[in-house]
Each structure stands twice: as C-alpha cells, then as structure tokens.
Design a protein around this ligand. Structure first.
Ligand SMILES: Nc1ncnc2c1ncn2[C@@H]1O[C@H](COP(=O)(O)OP(=O)(O)OP(=O)(O)O)[C@@H](O)[C@H]1O
Length: 340
C-alpha cells in the first residue's frame, strides 16, 4: 500500500545558543533528525526527559525564538492537495505562521491546559481562529462550526458559551484540541497531552485524539511523551529520540515486542519494571544519564550507556538503516539482523 507522506525531515538541526561569560555554547537539542510522517499516522515520539522532544516539536512548527535557532536541514509539509511547503525556505516565522499554522500544522504545547485565555469565551476563540482563515465568516457561522467540532470530540455544545476556567482539566484539554483543529490541519502535534491528568481523564483525551484521526479531521498526529506505555495505546508508529537524534522508528508492535536499538530496549525494560506505580514524570530507570548536549559523545551518542558498545560505536556515528519495517541507527545491525 502506497502511503502518502505528510511531513519529511532530513538532517534537521536546531540549537540553543547559550552564553556563559563570554563563551558561547551550542546546545544541540535537535541534531540531524531524519523522519517521515505519513497520512494516517499517530506517531508516538518517545524518549527520556531532555532528549529534545519538545524542541523538535517547536522546530516542526518553525516556532523558533532565541536562544533557539534553526541550524540546517530539510523540513517539508505535503498538503492534501499535493502542495509541498519547504518550511525552511519561508521568510521568517510570520510567514510560516500566516501560511501554515492552524491550516496545515497545529501544535498543542505541554502547558496547553493554561494556553487558553481564561477571560475569553470558547466561542470567541473559535471565531478568531476561523476568521484568520476566512475573513468573511460570521460570528454565528463560526459558533456553529465550533459546536460541531466540540460535539465530534464528545463535548457538550454549550461549551462554546463557557470560559476556559469553567472547564475541568480533561474538558479543557479536549476544547484545546477542538480549537487547534478547527481548520482541519494535515498535522497535529501534541506535547504530553495527558501527563497532567488522572488516568480516567487521560483515556478520554486519548479517545479524542483517535477520533480526530478516524474522522479524518487531521491526517497525522505526532504524540510526544516520555511514557512509552501511553504511546502503546494510541500510536501506530513509534519514533525513539535520544540526545537530539531519532535512533529507531517502526510500527508500534515491533518496537514494543522486538526493539532493535539498545536504547529502545532499555526504555521498554525500564517501563516494564516500574509499572504501574513508578511512572512519575521524568524518572529514568536506565543506568547512567542522558548526555550533555553541548558536548555530546562522539560516534553513537548512546555508547557510554550501552551494554553492547563496540570500538566503532565510539568512533563513528551510525546512520538509520532499514530492517524489515523498522529503521535503526546502531552498529549492531550493520550486516543485517542476523549479525546480532
Ligand atoms: N532555553 C534553553 N536554553 C538552553 N538549553 C535549553 C533550553 N531549553 C531546553 N534546553 C535544552 O535542550 C535539550 C532538549 O530539551 P527538550 O525540552 O526539547 O527535551 P524534552 O525531551 O522535550 O524533555 P521533557 O520531556 O523534559 O520536556 C535539553 O538538554 C535542555 O536542557
């Protein structure tokens, strides 16, 4: 089955410029990311805290403000009608914002629960979003569309009449999703959408995300989390990020059941050993620490923590190679899976 690409990232790089005294340091938070996102994907982007997931989300939006800066690489959105947007060729953030945000790509950040202005009713928020795309739309038409979208996400339509502060956490999170997707963007990026919610509410929010996909209100979702067990419930594909790079991508089941990269293995084992109690945010049970991204390790960035590290791993960086449906960047697989 031919799959339509919706987003292509090639060697994408974005660094934080940090000044200590008179010396400038570059924090290489997104450092050569290669990834393809397809129509129909719910892609789980996983990795420990600090590996660059949120920075990658900002880079996908080209929502870059100092000290974060684009450093190179390719970033494309392919729209439903086949238009290819070369995002890095745009002239500044304003042009990206006008052309792409909300229409082709939407982002619900980590602090989305507080993102809505508490003193503006949901219907006014919807009107502003819809008017930005279609200046002639009337207030009544906008409210009607907002009610439809809220209903699609199983929220009562009177939510339009409420202020964000009147909504519970779960309802507010779904209202944010509804508002972010009013213009049916091809791509929706959600950063830790459920981490602040209790388990029951988490399930409801995950259901809303699945619905956005099923109803084809969005084509592809990138779901960012440090929690691989949440991703398992919703994603068809997983991309594993470590120290600014994607180290493995593939179908959810093969990543969970047969992880190839030693980092993915460690990540999955760490979850298996701590469930269900120890899932507090940010806790890592993988021995060692993620590296400093100012001076990351040479070769494979995971080699100092890797139980299988070989000489070549310290010296040379592994490229992503294809093994069945999975892509993995690891020297263990240089000669194919049989070599391991
Ligand atoms: N404003 C900043 N200036 C300098 N470095 C930063 C800045 N913001 C983030 N970083 C660094 O960039 C790296 C990636 O951070 P990022 O927030 O993208 O990771 P993450 O995987 O999303 O983590 P989390 O799950 O905790 O949100 C980290 O090393 C972090 O310390």
């Amino acid at each position: 089955m031919a799959m339509n690409k919706r987003m292509v990232l090639e060697n994408l790089r974005a660094y934080y410029r940090q000044l200590k005294g008179t010396t400038e340091y570059l924090v290489k938070a997104v450092d050569g990311v290669n990834l393809e996102i397809y129509e129909g994907d719910i892609l789980g982007l996983v990795g420990e805290s600090g590996c660059g997931k949120s920075t990658l989300a900002k880079t996908l939006m080209m929502d870059l403000t100092p000290p974060l800066q684009y450093m190179g690489g390719k970033l494309q959105i392919i729209s439903r009608d086949g238009t290819v947007f070369e995002i890095t060729q745009f002239k500044g953030k304003d042009q990206v914002k006008r052309t792409l945000w909300g229409r082709h790509i939407a982002y619900v950040p980590q602090d989305a629960l507080n993102a809505l202005m508490p003193t503006i009713k949901i219907k006014k928020i919807a009107y502003d979003v819809l008017r930005s795309n279609e200046s002639g739309i009337t207030f009544q038409e906008a409210v009607k569309k907002a009610k439809e979208r809220l209903t699609e996400l199983d929220l009562p339509d009177y939510v339009t009449e409420l202020y964000p502060f009147q909504l519970s956490g779960g309802m507010r999170q779904r209202a944010v999703l509804a508002m972010a997707t009013l213009l049916n963007p091809e791509i929706l990026i959600v950063d830790e959408p459920t981490s602040a919610l209790d388990v029951t509410t988490q399930k409801i929010v995950l259901k809303s995300l699945i619905k956005l996909r099923k109803l084809e209100l969005v084509d592809s979702i990138v779901f960012i989390t440090h929690d691989i067990s949440t991703v398992r419930q919703i994603a068809n594909r997983i991309a594993v990020m470590y120290a600014g790079k994607i180290v493995e991508t593939g179908p959810t089941e093969s990543i969970i059941k047969e992880p190839l990269h030693p980092y993915t293995k460690a990540l999955i084992e760490s979850v298996a050993s701590i469930e269900p109690e120890g899932k507090e945010k940010g806790i890592s049970y993988i021995p060692g620490q993620p590296p400093n991204l100012i001076n990351p390790p040479t070769g494979c960035r995971f080699h100092p923590r890797c139980p299988y590290a070989m000489e070549i791993c310290r010296r040379e960086e592994p490229e992503l190679i294809k093994i069945d449906e999975t892509q993995v960047a690891c020297w263990l697989y240089k000669g194919g899976r049989e070599n391991v």
